[in-house]
Design a binder for this molecule. Structure first.
Ligand SMILES: *Cc1c(COP(=O)(O)O)cnc(C)c1O
Length: 356
């Protein structure tokens, strides 16, 4: 039996979107391939609220995160972490010989504008990474406030990990001054895993030109240059199947209306939060709760693996805690094409299994 996924990626993919993955191949050097990429970029610019260039990478989101920190750090990167994915960005910098400092807060807490201001004011850094939505803790950082202080430091390239939030909540990339905003297909965009997407600003382009060793496959400047020179094609063969599905799914998203889509996510989040507060406790700071997933403290000491096994028999799957939170929390994702009705059905089944 198929288990309906309520995990923070991969998410449930609609049957019609999945079917697009079976579209017959076209040559990746054809005019049709260029047109496909043009359509995708134009629609993604609407979702990202940007006029800047859009790059696709046939890798998961981690690929573009690694590419960003390596391609655009000249002096030193400052990595703000609020959980597992923030820490990963620092590990990537270190693994690529990119000088980087890590500022980590206690899990469940947010990165604040003051912290960012204090670090950037040292003048040591020329690239900043922030996690928009931390999937390990269920926290959404106050990115508007952070963006305000980053504007005081025009030499800093601002990278934002929006892997688990883009498409589920409004992120106005240009207004925020984000230079590289990264997401991947298997989360709030509602597609299968395997493709990642970023915006790439003119400032990021200029910076990358100064960086000598940007790697090869994940060199964002080479992707950018190729797109510009070869009419929106890629240096290596992209996942055309994902591109067919993305082109189609973006039409569906724009048809739903972005504001409607964001409102639906907000309502789903509120439903799961109120259930979580009633029967458990929420893990993250109440002021910064995520709109795309909710992380519950396991205050009833339930056996999460056993709950998931029983849910599985009924055709549902949720997620345990991430890493060190494995048995301490459990997570319910509410993103992409998920509906209030889906969540009500899930929560009724959890209540029934746990006799709540
Ligand atoms: C899933 C996730 C990633 C990693 O993305 P992949 O596509 O799995 O490589 C990075 N950051 C956050 C916040 C995520 O949720």
């Amino acid at each position: 039996m198929h288990k309906k996924l309520f995990i923070p990626g991969p998410v449930e993919v609609s049957a019609d979107v999945l079917a697009q993955m079976a579209t017959p191949m076209i040559g990746h050097r054809s005019k049709n391939a260029s047109e496909l990429q043009h359509r995708i970029s134009d629609k993604l610019r609407q979702v990202f609220y940007t006029q800047e260039e859009i790059l696709l990478s046939t890798s998961s989101g981690s690929g573009l995160m690694e590419g960003a920190v390596r391609s655009c750090t000249l002096k030193k990167a400052v990595v703000f972490s609020v959980g597992a994915f923030g820490n990963r960005w620092h590990e990537m910098a270190v693994a690529n010989n990119v000088a980087a400092d890590l500022f980590e807060v206690e899990w469940g807490q947010a990165t604040t504008a003051e912290m960012v201001d204090r670090a950037l004011s040292t003048g040591e850094y020329d690239l900043l990474t922030v996690t928009h939505n931390e999937t390990s803790t269920g926290l959404m950082n106050p990115v508007e406030e952070i963006a305000e202080v980053v504007k005081k430091y025009p030499e800093v390239v601002f990278c934002l990990d929006a892997v688990s939030s883009m498409g589920g909540t409004k992120i106005e990339v240009d207004k925020l001054g984000v230079d590289i905003c990264i997401t991947s297909t298997q989360k709030a965009l509602g597609l299968p895993p395997g493709l990642s997407i970023c915006s790439f600003s003119a400032k990021a382009v200029e910076r990358a030109k100064q960086v000598p060793n940007r790697g090869y496959y994940l060199d964002l400047l080479s992707l950018y240059d190729y797109i510009k020179k070869k009419d929106y094609q890629y240096p290596s063969t992209p996942s055309l199947s994902h591109m067919f599905a993305l082109d189609y799914q973006l039409d569906k998203m724009l048809e739903e209306g972005l504001d409607n889509r964001f409102r639906r996510h907000q309502e789903m989040a509120e439903l799961v939060r109120s259930w979580g507060r009633k029967y458990f406790e929420l893990f993250a700071d109440e002021r910064y709760l995520s709109n795309t997933l909710t992380n519950m403290k396991n205050t009833r000491a339930i056996d999460v693996a056993d709950l998931n096994k029983k849910l599985g028999e009924r055709g549902f799957q949720i997620s345990n805690g991430y890493g060190k939170l494995k048995d301490k929390t459990f997570r319910i994702a509410h993103m992409a094409e998920c509906t209030i009705g889906d969540l009500e059905e899930l929560l009724e089944n959890i209540n029934d299994i746990l006799k709540l």
